[in-house]
Design a protein around this ligand. Structure first.
Ligand code: RM4
Ligand code: MN
Ligand code: MN
Length: 432
């Protein structure tokens, strides 16, 4: 392979040196403020780098809408170039050491070369994602009218086999989970029978579940609508929960933040799934109207904080079996995807750290004494704390950049890639 430009550690270290003094000043100030609340800043900095979030391979390409896709410069053209980009993100933030692959988009010709590339970058593979929401070249049956819930057994079988193949690839690269999101549903009233479609789904999923290794998890991802606009088979967390229970212990529910109606109380859904032992993990993103796939924390940072408030509460209460998987799932239409993923991973860390700062005794007391003003005030006190210096320090101490975007831009990474990766992609629409 020809030499590829990658950001050297020394470049990060040099940039950090120039920013260190100001960071220390900010930390000093914040440390004194937190001390007043009985919080040790060192302890929080240590915790901050504990939370890891996986990056979706498809997120490093430029996304699009139903109308158009405006290709970016130097986009990755294959899974190896995607890994280069993912590794760049991780080098700068140090909280994204795993990549989630989508098959067949990321299907390698040789599995061993994929493993080697990941090892070279110090990356691991997170959940595998199957794709039965579009047809693949040379595939005998079409998914136009459904895949795992298609009325024709032959179509369902083809979709089941695709999922089994994803598991096989995953086993070979050290993945430990399969995420199944199906676009199956209907566009018109009467087009499908709701009960029958769900029965078919469960029948197909049982076959997939049987192939899921003992130390794996099977994530069921619900989504209210799109591409089916009238009804979707796995439309909400309740349906997802029912199916996960039917399937067994290894089956869990995955919450993609964009897959709910606007204004839905997602933090309460998260709490319910935790309580029922079925919270598998997340696809983080943000949205205004639907599955917008905008950057995490860009529209509703308070909601993201409230979700992490539930997660930290569950962890501190020692809920048995609580170990959700964290992943980003975004589509970057107007930004440099690497920058969006950097910023989003930082927003995830920010929400987590803010949630760590909640005075839980005070909150519990406010709940006992029925005092909503103090209850909300306690959450707000944590939410409005500017923890940027904690996040920067956590990055710097683990080898990342105090200012990742500045280092990334100064490195000229994107221009190097524009030279190295002449575009091979034609005109296309499509969300990813
Ligand atoms: C879906 C869903 C899935 C993702 C695809 C690309 O809306 O979020 O997780 O794999 O998009
Ligand atoms: Mn998703
Ligand atoms: Mn989605």
């Amino acid at each position: 392979m020809a030499a590829r430009f990658l950001i050297e550690q020394s470049v990060i270290d040099e940039d950090n040196k120039a920013r260190k003094a100001l960071l220390e000043e900010d930390l000093d100030y914040l440390s004194r403020k937190l001390q007043r609340r009985g919080i040790d800043i060192e302890e929080v900095i240590g915790q901050a780098s504990r939370l890891k979030v996986a990056v979706p391979s498809w997120g490093v390409g430029t996304g699009g809408t139903r109308f158009a896709r405006f290709a970016g410069k130097g986009e990755p053209r294959n899974v190896f170039e995607k890994l280069d980009d993912c590794s760049t993100i991780n080098k700068l933030v140090r909280t994204t050491p795993a990549v989630s692959l989508h098959i067949p988009w990321d299907k390698p010709e040789e599995i061993s070369s994929l493993r080697d590339a990941a090892t070279e970058h110090g990356l691991e593979f997170d959940a595998m994602n199957s794709n039965t929401f579009q047809d693949q070249v040379g595939q005998p049956f079409s998914y136009k009218y459904g895949s795992l819930t298609h009325p024709d057994k032959a179509v369902r079988q083809q979709a089941i086999e695709h999922n089994l193949e994803c598991i096989e690839i995953g086993k070979a690269i050290g993945s430990k989970a399969l995420t199944v999101w199906v676009g199956d549903g209907s566009n018109f009233a009467g087009q499908t029978n709701f009960r029958h479609a769900l029965e078919l789904y469960l029948g197909s999923l049982k076959e997939i579940y049987a192939a899921v290794p003992d130390d794996w998890k099977l994530f069921l991802e619900h989504k209210m609508y799109e591409p089916a606009f009238y009804s979707t088979v796995i439309n909400d967390w309740g349906t997802s929960y029912h199916c996960a229970r039917e399937l067994g212990e290894r089956a869990k529910c995955l919450v993609d933040l964009g897959h709910h109606a606007p204004n839905v109380n997602i933090e309460q859904i998260v709490s319910r799934l935790i309580q029922f032992g079925k919270l598998g993990g997340f696809h983080f993103n943000d949205s205004k109207y639907g599955d917008d796939d905008l950057d995490a924390g860009s529209v509703k940072p308070f909601q993201l904080f409230l979700i992490f408030n539930e997660l930290v509460d569950a962890e501190l209460s020692g809920v048995p079996g609580f170990s959700p998987a964290y992943m980003l799932d975004q589509s970057h239409n107007v930004t440099d995807p690497i920058e969006s993923l950097i910023v989003s991973s930082i927003e995830i860390s920010r929400a987590f750290v803010q949630a760590l700062l909640v005075d839980r005794e005070k909150l519990a007391e406010a709940q006992r004494t029925t005092d909503p003003v103090v209850a909300l005030g306690t959450l707000k006190e944590a939410f409005v704390t500017d923890v940027s210096s904690i996040l920067a320090a956590a990055r710097e101490r683990t080898g990342g950049a105090i200012d990742p975007i500045a280092v990334y831009r100064a490195s000229g990474y994107r221009d190097h890639k524009a030279d190295e990766r002449p575009s091979t992609l034609g005109l296309s629409a499509g969300i990813v």
